[in-house]
Design a protein around this ligand. Structure first.
Ligand SMILES: Nc1ncnc2c1ncn2[C@@H]1O[C@H](COP(=O)(O)OP(=O)(O)OP(=O)(O)O)[C@@H](O)[C@H]1O
Length: 374
């Protein structure tokens, strides 16, 4: 069983609808129940900001600050983390738009938010992700990149460096500048970063596929088969240096075409994650709403198991309204599966009775009007 990483304290100030709130957790799962609009998802969002990036809503930091607050928001958390006890403080100073947040780990300012991944890994599933299989490919790419990131923290830097290089190339093309040496430098950089990104995604899918196959029999959820499409299709077994050379050559050849299109038409930014319902041999997008949800839950839990196996530390799970729409038997099976992952899960719902099968495996909190109590 992987080591359990668990939050023991959470304090919020001027965060969404919380002027001030504090939770003391005892290491079990945390169930948050309350009416619509009470602040359950806001609490999950606060926990999600203990990972790099903009959290589970991908919100602008300025929007997170409580309306009417004089300054910015802050989050404080204490946890038994991957390297032992740790205290994390994060937030922004003013409610004005900002792209950076302050981050202190054990009282020391962190250089980058990537340092958070030394202490905990977080995975989430929210109702906003329900349309993942039918929605835009950019959402699936982001989902996939989050999966990669939770195992390979360098993936985020790679992706943002690739984006930056691609923007420079697009700008040169837009300005009608076709200086071969300028382009070659940028395109070489794009090739090395882009191929590394694609290979990291492919490796992640390979690991996940193997794990899904191994646990197929015991899972109450349908199993997904996963493929990347749209970039390097069928070429992943080739040496990466050859892939880099080919991609750089492809970029060099397509300068005029890309200038006409106003963007770079080939690359890891065009890849898509293709998911099939394995037992039905059906594309996920053609499955029913309930089947899609079950596939997604199965996928996220398989990934949580993978992170636990590979890092030796179970990730913290944020599962927003996960038990809704499930019958009693399926809910109980789901809770057993979540508990069996060995980590701490945060779960929300409107009705406490929905979580009764968790019994004393969970600590129950009531959320009402921006207040939270046991
Ligand atoms: N920056 C903000 N300042 C103050 N209130 C905010 C801010 N952002 C969001 N809210 C409010 O927070 C409230 C709680 O939102 P949240 O999404 O957490 O509810 P919830 O308990 O998850 O509800 P549901 O069951 O409907 O999903 C909403 O009424 C929303 O208007």
């Amino acid at each position: 069983m992987p080591h359990k990483v668990s939050l023991s304290r959470l304090k919020l100030t001027d965060f969404r609808n919380y002027a001030a709130a504090a939770l003391t957790l005892d290491g079990r799962h945390a169930v948050l129940t309350g009416d619509n609009g009470a602040g359950k998802t806001n609490l999950m969002e606060a926990v999600s900001l203990l990972s790099p990036g903009r959290g589970l809503r991908r919100a602008a930091y300025g929007d997170i600050t409580r309306v009417g607050a004089a300054g910015g928001f802050s989050i404080f958390a204490a946890l038994d983390g991957m390297e032992g006890d740790v205290e994390i403080g994060t937030g922004i100073e003013t409610s004005e738009e900002t792209t950076a947040r302050r981050l202190r780990i054990n009282g020391t300012t962190a250089k980058t938010a990537d340092e958070l991944t030394d202490h905990l890994r977080l995975l989430w599933l929210t109702p906003a992700m329900d349309g993942l299989f039918t929605g835009a490919s950019s959402d699936r790419r982001r989902f996939l990149d989050r999966l990669v990131l939770s195992l390979d923290p360098a993936h985020g830097r790679r992706a943002s460096d690739f984006e930056r290089a691609m923007r420079s190339r697009n700008k040169l093309l837009d300005e009608g500048r076709f200086d071969p040496s300028w382009h070659a430098g940028i395109e070489e950089q794009m090739a090395s970063l882009g191929i590394a990104m694609a290979l990291a995604r492919q490796e992640m899918l390979g690991l996940l596929t193997r794990l899904i196959e191994e646990s197929r029999e015991s899972s109450p959820f349908p199993s997904a088969s996963l493929q990347l499409s749209g970039f390097l299709d069928g070429q992943f077994s080739r040496p990466s240096v050859d892939l880099e050379d080919d991609y750089a050559a492809m970029l060099a050849e397509s300068r005029y075409r890309d200038a006409g299109a106003g963007r770079t038409l080939e690359g890891p930014h065009r890849a898509d994650l293709i998911v099939h319902h394995r037992e039905k041999a059906m594309e996920a997008e053609r499955c029913s709403t309930g089947e899609q949800k079950a596939l997604l839950v199965g996928l996220v839990l398989a990934h949580a198991r993978l992170v636990g196996n590979l890092t030796g530390h179970a990730p913290i799970l944020l599962l927003d309204e996960i038990a809704a729409h499930l019958d009693e038997g399926r809910r109980a099976a789901l809770f057993d599966l979540i508990d069996g992952l060995g980590g701490q899960a945060f779960m929300t719902g409107t009705d406490r009775a929905m979580f009764s099968a968790l019994g004393d495996r969970a600590q129950f909190f009531t959320v009402a009007d921006g207040r939270v109590f046991e």
